[in-house]
Design a protein around this ligand. Structure first.
Ligand SMILES: NC(=O)c1ccc[n+]([C@@H]2O[C@H](COP(=O)([O-])OP(=O)(O)OC[C@H]3O[C@@H](n4cnc5c(N)ncnc54)[C@H](OP(=O)(O)O)[C@@H]3O)[C@@H](O)[C@H]2O)c1
Length: 299
C-alpha cells in the first residue's frame, strides 16, 4: 500500500461531495479535484464554481484529467449514473488507482462495476450509511471487496469513518439495502400497531408499554430472543396472531404486516422449527442456517 500523500478525485460534485470536500479541507487535506458534467462547464462566479472554491476543490474539465490528477477516485454520482460514469473513465484508470464507488446502488451493479474494472484499477464497493449534509466527514461509510481495507487505512487518517463489512464487491451495497429491510419494515410494523392502538384509544399506553421493552433490553439480545423464541414457539404464536388479525379486521385497521407474520410463522412450522429447536439457542446462527437449508431444499 502506498504511503505517498493522497490526491483525491471526486467523480460527481453534488451535495455529498461538496460537504465531504469542505470537511477534508478544514482537516488540512486539500489535494482534491472534482468532475461533474455541470462542473466541467462552470465559469468563475457560477454557483458550482463558488462551491468548489469554498470547499478548496479544483474542478476539472474531463474524466481523463480527473484520473490523471488523482490516486483515489471517490464516486459520488446518483446510483443510476455510476456505471455510465465508470464506462467513461475506464480507459484512463491505472492499476494503482483505488476506485471507490460510494453511490447508492444495487449489489448487482457493484458486482458489474467490479467485473468491468477487472485489473484496470483497485475497485471498492462502498455505501454511505447516513446523511452527509448533517454528519459531514463523520458519516459512516461501509466498504467491501479485496481493496476495502486499503480504502479504510488510507482515508481514515483524513477523518473518514470506514468499516470493512465483506470480502466481495456488492456486500457493502447489500448491507445498506438489508438495513432498509429492517428499518423500513419496522416503520410499517409500528404504523400497523399504532393505528390499531389509536382506534382503541390506547395509543399512549401502547407506546409506553412497548418502550419499556425496547428501552431496557439491548438490541443484540432482542434479536437473539425474538428469533430463537419464534423458532421454538412458532406453532402456538399462529393462534395468538390469528386473534390479533381478527381484532384488526373488526376495527377496520391495517392488517398487512400481521398477515405476513402469520404466513411466516406457518412457513416456520412447515420447516419443522419447533422439532429442531426445543429451547432457545445461544445464538441466532443455527436458526438462520436451518431456515436457509429448508428454503433452499424446497426450491
Ligand atoms: N447526500 C447524502 O447525504 C447521501 C447520503 C447517502 C448516500 N448518498 C449517495 O451519494 C451519491 C451522491 O449523492 P448527492 O446527494 O451528492 O447527489 P447529488 O447532489 O444529486 O449529486 C450528484 C452529482 O453527480 C454528478 N453526476 C451525475 N451524473 C454524472 C456522470 N455521469 N458523470 C459525472 N458526474 C455525474 C452531478 O452533476 P452533473 O449532473 O452536473 O454531472 C452531481 O454533481 C448518491 O448515489 C447518493 O444516493 C448521498
Amino acid at each position: 500500500m502506498s504511503s505517498a500523500p493522497i490526491r483525491l478525485g471526486l467523480l460527481g460534485f453534488g451535495e455529498a461531495a461538496v460537504r465531504l470536500a469542505k470537511d477534508f479541507s478544514q482537516n488540512g487535506f486539500n489535494d482534491i479535484v472534482a468532475y461533474s458534467r455541470s462542473g466541467a462547464k462552470a465559469q468563475p462566479g457560477d454557483p458550482v464554481y463558488q462551491r468548489a472554491e469554498a470547499a478548496g476543490v479544483k474542478l476539472v474539465k474531463s474524466v481523463g484529467t480527473l484520473a490523471k490528477q488523482s490516486d483515489i477516485i471517490l464516486v459520488l454520482t446518483p446510483g443510476k449514473s455510476a456505471l455510465p460514469a465508470l464506462k467513461k473513465i475506464l480507459k484512463y484508470l491505472r492499476p494503482d488507482h483505488l476506485y471507490v464507488d460510494a453511490s447508492s446502488n444495487s449489489a448487482h451493479n457493484m458486482e458489474q462495476a467490479a467485473a468491468l474494472i477487472g485489473n484496470a484499477a483497485k475497485f471498492v464497493d462502498s455505501s454511505i450509511m447516513g446523511p452527509v449534509d448533517i454528519m459531514g466527514l463523520k458519516v459512516p461509510f461501509v466498504a467491501s471487496g479485496p481493496n476495502a481495507a486499503e480504502f479504510r487505512d488510507r482515508m481514515t487518517p483524513h477523518g473518514m469513518v470506514i468499516t470493512v463489512v465483506g470480502s466481495n464487491p456488492g456486500d457493502a451495497s447489500a448491507m445498506k439495502l438489508i438495513r432498509s429491510v429492517l428499518m423500513k419494515g419496522l416503520a410499517m410494523l409500528l404504523l400497523e400497531t399504532m393505528e390499531a392502538a389509536h382506534r382503541r384509544n390506547i395509543l399512549d399506553a401502547v407506546i409506553e408499554d412497548s418502550s419499556v421493552t425496547f428501552n431496557e433490553i439491548p438490541f443484540q439480545k432482542i434479536i437473539r430472543r425474538y428469533i430463537g423464541g419464534t423458532a421454538v414457539h412458532c406453532e402456538r404464536r399462529i393462534h395468538e396472531m390469528k386473534e390479533c388479525l381478527e381484532l384488526l379486521q373488526d376495527m377496520g385497521s391495517t392488517d398487512r404486516a400481521t398477515k405476513s407474520t402469520i404466513a411466516m410463522l406457518r412457513d416456520m412450522v412447515k420447516m419443522d422449527m419447533p422439532k429442531k429447536f426445543t429451547k432457545e439457542p445461544e445464538t441466532i446462527h443455527p436458526v438462520i442456517d436451518a431456515l436457509i437449508a429448508a428454503r433452499d431444499s424446497a426450491k
